[in-house]
Every structure is written in structure tokens, then in C-alpha cells.
Ligand binder design. Structure first.
Ligand code: 6PG
Length: 475
């Protein structure tokens, strides 16, 4: 039997689907899963007539692979990844490579890359976005780590990735950078995903509970929004579908029966923590994570709702006139959210030596991933035209878009406030815009206070930066 080109360890649904995707592009596969039942089931149900060979020990699995061995590990992030690496390490030879396709913390990936590179092996921490369907049909791939290992993998990854229309390169994959760069960018992708999802949820809240739109009307409005250059995206598309979905049990709209307590696995929180550590403001993403936390306090909120009342105002304006304003508010907030995410990647790239190519990041997010959206073309262009762009909002296309729409954006926030509808991500986005665009902020007072109570010193507006002063405030 000829040796296998590619191996997959871990046959949960993402591992299975990626194995099938690679096989469908003409590469012979070997698979291994710790519990043999899972392997048998996969072979019997999904691998019939496919060029896939199962192994039942790690040793047998490694022997099936041609050199340099290319092994994709699709197990739970954290300890299980280290356990698989420890098992594989003594069986591999110089030049072989391990790819971790889970949502691993980039700092773990940094450590694993260093460890494995020191032994002559390659390690690629690869963000994979697109859920189950993406994994099977074409995900967006964010590989980082050992550059020579990526070169070996490139022909396979290029074939399995989502393909889009793009004059530079249709395959939604690129080498992100060394060490943990791939998982860092995937983490920020997820932070942006949290931001997008929360912004859409707030638009929904205003339209439904503010303007009183029915699910049928929401389906229609989201469907129209999905046809616009500004909002065309996977998340708007699936929201359109969601509003139309009926519940087989009750016959009503399923959305109305889904409990409002959001789960999270941690990548949004990691993004926020990294923003704080690197000193990059990402308030929209933070608001999105926080909104999920608040939503999870369901019982407490139910109890509080009986005691704390809001303004009790009902909407009495022209619904049709307000819908486009909500759309504009959503788009402005979304621009701020992406500006934050891209700024975070740029800072991490400097700080960690990743040398990330921002136009390439926008390009590989155009297809396959959860945040795929029409306006990523504009983001790509913005960073291509000016690689030193300090903030997306300063790119000509975005600057004008936000300036043209800030009126309705502010009106929508006032409406939400008047009606007592919480819009944390919309508000954080507007605050981001209003802070970023102002030459002077009130932190002169903060500095005075710090100096007053702690002699922390301050700089002066009439002296060069870097000169520090202290005042005896009580004299
Ligand atoms: C993707 C998703 C994927 C997964 C998230 C969900 O890009 O395909 O981001 O990685 O759905 O882990 O994250 P939460 O459970 O935290 O919402």
C-alpha cells in the first residue's frame, strides 16, 4: 500500500470533516482516534469507498504516513493537545510536522512551536473557521508556526480552503507568521465574531422590542440588508434564515422559544484580555463578551425585572423611516469593531514579531469563516493602499462612510436609551469613535488626581512630552 500523504488525529466532527475535505482533493489519508469505536464508526459510516486508512495505535498511524509526516491534530484545546504531542514526539523524525487545528490559546502554541522546533520537528498552530460545513467544504485557514512546515503543507491547505473571487489569490489561506501568530489571528477573528453577533443582536432588539417588527418583517429586513454592500455577510444571512424558522413542536417561530442565555468557550474573553495587556482599546468586543455574561444571569435578571422598571415608553414614530437608521447604526458600529480587531492584530504583530500582512488577513476572511462579509474587500484595500494605516476609520472609504452615517447612528442610540433598550456594543462603538476622533480627552483630570493622591506626576500641555511634573496640591 502506498504511504498516506496526510494524517488526522481526533475524529470529532471537525476532525472527520477536515479529513474528508483533504481526501476529496485527492490526498490519501490516515486517521486515528484514541477510542477505537469512534474510528470504526467513522470508517463504516463516512469513509466507505474513500482513500482513507484507519490506524488503531499511534505507532501504526505514524508508520502509515509518507515523510515528512503531516499530522493534523483535532482534539480539545489545552491538555489533550499536549498529550497527543507527547505521544507523537518520540515516534517522529526531523522535518515531520504537527498541525494543531483547534482553538488553542496562542501562548500555548508559542510554547509548543518552540519545543518542537528545538527537536527538529515542525509545528503549525492553525486557526480553522467555518464550523462543520466549512471544515468539510472549505474553511478559512489561519496557519502560523514553523515556516518550512507551512511550505510543505501549502499545496494541501490551498486546495482544502474556501475559494473566493480575488485577483491576488482565491484560496482563503495564507501563512500568518511564526510562533502563535495563526492562533492569535484566529482568536481575534473570534473576538470580531462576538462583536458582530452582539451588534446584530442589538439591532434585532431595537427592531423587535423598540419598533415592534414581527419575525416575518425581520426576515424581510435582514434579507434586504444582506443585499447591501455594507452588511452583506454570513451572519446577516443566517439571521435572515433564523427569523423564518418554524418550531416543529409548537408551530411558532423557533427564535421565540430559544432561551436568552448565551454560551461561550473563551476565545472572546482571551481577545479582551490580550487587548488589555497590549494596551489596545477594543470596547465593542469587550461589550460583546460582557453582554453574553450578563445574558447568562437569566434567573437573576428575571427576578430583577420585577423590581427595576425602565422608562416605559412605547414607540410612536414612522417604523419604515427608522429601519434604515438602524441599518446605518449597525454598519457604523461594525466598522468600529473591525477597526478595533485589526488594530489589535497590528499591535500584537509588532509586539510578538509576527509580521502579519493585514490585507492578507482581510482576504482570507472573505470566504469560509464565520465573519465572511462583502466589506472585507474594502478592508483589504484600505491596508493595501496604506500599510501604515493607524486605524481603519482613517481609510478614505471608511472615514466617509462613518461621517455620512453618524447622524442616524446617534439618533438610534438616543431612541434605544429613551426606550430603555440596552445597546452595549452600539454604545461602546460610538464611544470609541467619539474618543478616537477627539484631540483632547478629560484624562488631564485623571492625571491631576493621580498626582494629588499618589505623586504619580503628569506631563504638561505647554512642555515637550516625556517631561514629568509633580505638584504639592495642598500647598
Ligand atoms: C469559527 C468559530 C468556531 C466556534 C467558536 C464558537 O470560526 O468557526 O469561531 O471556532 O464556533 O468556538 O465560540 P463560542 O462558543 O465561544 O461562541
Amino acid at each position: 500500500m502506498t504511504k498516506r500523504t496526510f494524517g488526522v488525529i481526533g475524529l470529532a466532527v471537525m476532525g472527520e470533516n477536515l479529513a474528508l475535505n483533504v481526501e476529496s482533493r485527492g490526498f490519501p489519508i490516515a486517521v486515528y482516534n484514541r477510542s477505537p469505536n469512534k474510528t470504526e464508526k467513522f470508517m463504516a459510516e463516512r469513509a466507505v469507498d474513500k482513500d482513507i486508512k484507519a490506524a488503531y495505535t499511534v505507532e501504526e498511524f505514524v508508520q502509515l504516513l509518507e515523510r515528512p509526516r503531516k499530522i493534523l491534530v483535532m482534539v480539545k484545546a489545552g491538555g489533550p493537545v499536549d498529550a497527543v504531542i507527547d505521544e507523537l514526539k518520540p515516534l517522529l523524525e526531523a522535518g515531520d510536522m504537527i498541525i494543531d487545528g483547534g482553538n488553542s490559546l496562542y501562548e500555548d502554541t508559542e510554547r509548543r512551536t518552540k519545543d518542537l522546533e528545538a527537536t527538529g520537528l515542525g509545528f503549525v498552530g492553525m486557526g480553522v473557521s467555518g464550523g462543520e460545513e466549512g471544515a468539510l467544504l472549505g474553511p478559512s485557514l489561519m496557519p502560523g508556526g514553523t515556516p518550512t512546515a507551512y511550505k510543505e503543507l501549502e499545496p494541501i491547505l490551498t486546495k482544502i480552503a474556501a475559494q473566493v473571487e480575488d485577483p491576488d489569490n482565491p484560496a482563503c489561506v495564507t501563512f500568518i507568521g511564526p510562533g502563535g501568530a495563526g492562533h492569535y489571528v484566529k482568536m481575534v477573528h473570534n473576538g470580531i465574531e462576538y462583536g458582530d453577533m452582539q451588534l446584530i443582536a442589538e439591532a434585532y432588539d431595537i427592531l423587535k422590542n423598540g419598533l415592534g417588527l414581527s419575525n416575518e418583517k425581520l426576515h424581510e429586513v435582514f434579507g434586504q440588508w444582506n443585499q447591501t454592500d455594507e452588511l452583506n455577510s454570513f451572519l446577516i444571512e443566517i439571521s435572515t434564515d433564523i427569523f423564518a424558522k418554524k418550531d416543529p413542536e409548537t408551530g411558532g417561530h423557533l427564535i421565540d422559544y430559544i432561551l436568552d442565555a448565551a454560551g461561550q468557550k473563551g476565545t472572546g474573553r482571551w481577545t479582551v484580555m490580550s487587548g488589555l495587556e497590549l494596551g489596545v482599546p477594543i470596547p465593542t468586543i469587550y461589550a460583546a463578551v460582557n453582554a453574553r455574561v450578563m445574558s447568562s444571569l437569566k434567573e437573576e435578571r428575571v427576578a430583577a425585572s420585577g423590581q427595576l422598571s425602565g422608562p416605559g415608553k412605547t414607540f410612536s414614530g414612522d417604523v419604515e423611516a427608522w429601519i434604515p437608521k438602524v441599518r446605518d447604526a449597525l454598519y457604523c458600529s461594525k466598522m468600529c469593531s473591525y477597526a478595533q480587531g485589526m488594530a489589535l492584530i497590528a499591535k500584537a504583530s509588532q509586539e510578538f514579531g509576527y509580521d502579519v500582512n493585514l490585507p492578507e488577513i482581510a482576504r482570507i476572511w472573505k470566504g469560509g469563516c464565520i465573519i465572511r462579509a462583502g466589506f472585507l474587500d474594502k478592508i483589504k484595500k484600505a491596508f493595501k493602499d496604506n500599510p501604515q494605516l493607524p486605524n481603519l476609520l482613517l481609510a478614505p472609504e471608511f472615514k466617509q462612510s462613518i461621517l455620512d452615517r453618524q447622524g442616524p447612528w446617534r439618533e438610534v442610540l438616543m431612541l434605544a436609551n429613551e426606550m430603555g433598550i440596552a445597546v452595549p456594543a452600539f454604545s461602546s462603538s460610538l464611544d470609541y469613535f467619539d474618543s478616537y476622533r477627539r484631540a483632547v480627552l478629560p484624562q488631564n483630570l485623571t492625571q491631576a488626581q493621580r498626582d494629588y493622591f499618589g505623586a504619580h506626576t503628569y506631563e504638561r500641555t505647554d512642555k515637550p512630552r516625556g517631561e514629568f511634573f509633580h505638584t504639592e496640591w495642598l500647598d
